[in-house]
Design a protein around this ligand. Structure first.
Ligand SMILES: [Ca+2]
Length: 172
């Protein structure tokens, strides 16, 4: 692991501009709630200090399907909410935290499931299993990509009985 060299003369410069980079932290946001009018209202998430800079856009989100979490590559992140003039949206609720650089963060564990893996760093792979009686829907393994995003959302564990019923295949 590389530790940045700090001399007496560059210490002041660092304390003014870059100490977060030295701490090697990036920003992770999690969505607790998200529901925007699909196609008309959107939330743009960007990486860096320049709000709206199209070169730094990570994702544009609309509707109700969102990633489990989004992680920046730098120590700054911007969010830009846009709505049209008609039809309201519930909106969104997020929380954020600082995590180590070159990490995708902990995406969590599915309800009624397990998470196995070596960590959350770039290149690490997580594997998911469901408890007995629950079926895994989605990706069984996900990879922490070099852009600090997981390759997919975590899967869901669905009760097999409920799943069959919801698909209209329940046999009495
Ligand atoms: Ca709207």
């Amino acid at each position: 692991m590389n530790t940045p060299f700090i001399s007496a003369e560059n210490k002041d410069f660092i304390s003014r501009c870059c100490y977060r980079e030295l701490l090697q932290q990036v920003i992770q946001i999690n969505f607790e709630e998200f529901d925007l009018e699909i196609g008309y209202d959107s939330l743009t998430v960007g990486d860096g200090g320049q709000v709206g800079d199209s070169r730094t856009i990570i994702l544009v989100l609309t509707g109700s399907f969102v990633p489990d979490l989004i992680v920046s590559m730098s120590h700054q992140m911007w969010l830009h909410l846009q709505s049209d003039e008609s039809v309201g949206s519930i909106g969104f609720k997020i929380n954020y935290k600082e995590i180590d650089k070159e990490s995708c963060g902990d995406p969590g564990t599915p309800l009624y499931g397990f998470q196995e893996g070596s960590g959350f760093l770039n290149g690490n792979v997580l594997r998911f299993e469901c408890q007995f009686g629950f079926e895994l829907i989605g990706e069984r393994t996900i990879t922490c990509q070099n852009n600090n995003q997981w390759s997919a959302n975590i899967p869901m564990c669905i009760c097999e009985y409920l799943d069959l019923q919801s698909m209209g295949e329940y046999v009495q």
